[in-house]
Design a protein around this ligand. Structure first.
Ligand code: SF4
Ligand code: SF4
Length: 431
């Protein structure tokens, strides 16, 4: 435990960790203590581990690997991996049989509208073999297969990740709409709500003044050691987000993947960030629980605000996890959830009806309202909005994964596998 009279710095907190004399709690643990009525002082906490797991569209991979002997082709003009189109370059790599590629997490496969870059990233991290198709500048088609092990450079980049929470969405119109904020058509007349954001667990919510998060801050991205590189695109002081980078070879497939929205494939990414508690001002942010963190409800068609609620409305007294009871599956002729599950976690089992792949499930909750039986269970919450009682039907953030990421980071800090770092530069978000 740190003496409350000592000026805290990131390096003296790391020294404390090295000596085993430190209090590290996840953001969930410290908020649970607040909810239980505990008074938390500086002397009660040294480091908080925070996390967020959500659809993060600004995630892309840079891959560089050999596919052929030199001089088999001069230049690749177009490339697809598992039918997902890649951007060739930035390096042309003439005649050496090497591909340099950028693949967007939101890029749709040319053969399967429900498969995209995010699904490909997960399959690579799982160690699966992937198909590579190359169209050369001379019009020849070459094919190859590869695995992540055979791709020496595979870095995941974030251009807009880990937003300081986000928004909730309703459709006040009469007609249903197709949107990236739903995986089915979104019903009108306030019939349902979707939202994104991990509330009190979110890294930027816990260090909004960026006293410890900066350029060069060490983080975990999908469980792999990574670094913050700056302010994300569309950042503002009010709604900031981060850019970052991490090596795909070290990633955990359970914290990443694809997610199909009404507009096609999107990508799931998980960040975990350790926040050293340097002063009382930081502690006031860390002690904020979901019910003190605003969540703006907007019209999904226009993004105009409709109401202000809090993350307490969507996460308190609801279940983080969605459960599946195979015995309650009615073995319908046409399973409505198999085709709608945004991550493809539901499939037919032998004789026993449907089955769920728990390592793939994002706990979005969509199956709860779509299942014709009662095979899926979770309290997702009902929000009162302008004389409507609006049920939440889909969550685009996964607190089960975020909690796992925050807990993993806590353990890595404790056992010395992960070290706190001083940022090498300040991040300034535009006003
Ligand atoms: S809709 Fe529900 S009850 Fe019917 S087959 Fe699918 S999981 Fe089973
Ligand atoms: S909660 Fe249901 S719909 Fe959502 S990912 Fe899991 S199984 Fe699929």
């Amino acid at each position: 435990m740190t003496d409350s009279t000592t000026t805290r710095t990131i390096s003296n907190l790391q020294n404390k960790i090295d000596q085993g004399d430190v209090v590290i709690l996840t953001a969930r643990e410290i908020c649970d203590r607040v909810r239980a009525g505990d008074i938390i002082e500086m002397s009660n906490i040294d480091v908080v581990t925070t996390a967020t797991s959500a659809l993060m569209s600004g995630t892309y991979a840079v891959l560089s690997f050999k596919v052929a002997q030199p001089d088999i082709f001069k230049k690749a003009k177009r490339v697809w991996i598992n039918s997902v189109p890649a951007q060739v370059g930035p390096c042309p790599n003439e005649r050496i049989g090497l591909l340099d590629l950028i693949i967007l997490g939101t890029q749709k496969s040319t053969t399967d509208p429900r498969y995209g870059g995010g699904d490909l990233f997960r399959e690579l991290v799982l160690g699966k073999k992937v198909d590579v198709k190359i169209e050369t500048d001379e019009g020849k088609i070459l094919t190859a297969t590869t695995t992540l092990k055979q791709i020496p450079h595979a870095m995941l980049h974030a251009s807009r990740n880990a937003f300081k929470n986000y928004l909730a969405f309703v459709n006040p119109g009469k007609s249903e709409v197709s949107t990236i904020f739903h995986s089915d058509m979104m019903k009108g007349d306030y019939e349902e709500m979707t939202f994104c954001g991990c509330g009190e667990l979110n890294p930027l919510e816990n260090d909004p003044e960026l006293k410890t998060i900066g350029i060069g801050t060490r983080v975990l991205i999908n469980g792999a050691l990574g670094y913050v590189t700056g302010a994300g695109t569309r950042s503002s002081a009010e709604k900031p987000n981060l850019t970052g980078i991490a090596d795909m070879h070290q990633m955990n497939p359970e914290l990443m993947g694809g997610f199909t929205t009404g507009h096609g494939p999107d990508v799931i990414t998980t960040w975990a960030v350790a926040i050293p508690v340097l002063d009382k001002q930081m502690l006031t942010h860390i002690l904020k629980t979901d019910d003190q963190i605003p969540l703006t409800v907007v019209d999904v068609r226009t993004r105009q605000p409709i109401d202000e609620i809090t993350y307490g409305h969507v996460w308190d007294r609801t279940n983080d996890a969605v459960t599946f009871n195979g015995d309650a599956c009615q073995k319908c002729d046409l399973c409505r959830v198999e085709s709608i599950c945004p991550v493809g976690a539901i499939h037919k089992g032998f004789e026993k009806g449907m089955q769920v792949n728990p390592s793939k499930c994002f706990h979005c909750g969509l199956c709860v309202s779509k299942c014709q039986g009662e095979a899926f269970g979770a309290k997702l919450g009902i929000i009162k909005l302008k004389n409507h009682r609006v049920p939440i039907t889909l969550r685009q953030s996964n607190r089960v994964a975020a909690l796992k990421a925050a807990e993993d980071l806590k353990q890595q800090l404790k056992n010395g596998q992960f070290k706190l770092t001083e940022p090498v530069g300040k991040i300034i978000f535009p006003e």
